[in-house]
Design a binder for this molecule. Sequence first.
Ligand code: GDD
Length: 415
Amino acid sequence: MGSAEEKVVAVIMVGGPTKGTRFRPLSLNIPKPLFPLAGQPMVHHPISACKRIPNLAHVYLIGFYEEREFALYVSSISNELKVPVRYLREEKPHGSAGGLNNFSDLIMEDNPSHIFLLNCDVCCSFPLPEMLEAHRRYGGMGTILVIKVSAESANEFGELVADPVTHELLHYTEKPETFVSDLINCGVYIFTPDIFTAIQGVSTQRKDRANLRRLSSFEALQSATRNSPSNYVRLDQDILSPLAGKQQLYTYETMDFWEQIKTPGMSLKCSSLYLAQFRFTFPHLLASGDGIKSANIVGDVYIHPSAKVHPSAKIGPNVSISANARIGAGVRLISCIILDDVEIKENAVVIHAIVGWKSSVGRWSRVQANGDYNAKLGVTILGEAVNVEDEVVVVNSIVLPNKTLNVSVQEEIIL
Ligand code: GDD
């Protein structure tokens, strides 16, 4: 066990506007890390998991979004968490490790013994205290959260080989073309402050190489600095791969749920995973109702206190309804995210869909999809202020903001 004075800091990498492009059209309105899953901003889930870390001194979010986009959220979560949460803005992307290193002086102000580093776009139970304990047992510079996935999907992630007894990371390849292992990197890490020395080592090596090239050719220098600036460092390729097998890095395998959130379809799946987790962590956030005084609730459902749901509506499972939404009489909602200020009119049906801010779905209309979270059109998405008129059916489609649909559509992207 560490001493009571040993402080810990958590850093969450939130990326920036150029990173969330696969999340369109939903990222047109809001930074992807603030998109609500189970009624809470995506980044709220890792932050609230940080509450369980002993001696947590600070939570930092590092990204290249404008500061004002996070200001409101950061001040409200700091009050709620009772631990200071700060957004640190990079002028431009420096890569997942370069971004961390950019703020090394500030992060080290608390003199932490350990630093958690979390990708914002992963959904899991974040077993952080368990990782800290395992890391103390293993020693070394860092411990990576890992999970077994299907062999077919493993190449979308960092694949790795670990010693089954010592848990040491023996080999690491980022998104390999040929299969290495079904054990993958979850994007959740704990490091000692030595991580900064490792990142700075990569930057220095790059500078030295560029200087050497400059001596031999001015042209080579130009292309080297353009392609790989010395302070752009990726955690996976530049740090994890070269340090594998050197008794520096270890792995902690989770047997719990884990998903990556790159697309709107996956956000619906992750919303359902977090709603299910609320049963154990925040049961007061789940709605209940038997259809007499309030709506009939089936399975895991979140309803914002300001939303108005007609008692004759039937809601769930896996539904999350945001602020000021109005759900009319006889409405049926299954597996969907209803965003702020949406109106779902009488007898409409929404299944496997995300209904964007200020949109409206007309009487007896259906907005639905087949629910294949990985397919491009497996979840129907309505962008902001989309108006689906009465008795219109929208199936497996994506509708960009500010459109009015007065005819039914199937498997279409409406630009
Ligand atoms: N602040 C900042 N600056 N954040 C960044 C930057 C940057 O320059 N580049 C990436 N990020 C953030 C992203 O927003 C994301 O949260 C995280 O860092 C990792 O993003 P990528 O580097 O684009 O990698 P990835 O998501 O495709 O894959 C990584 O995560 C997987 C788990 O989700 C890899 O580490 C994989 O090995 C891993 O399996």
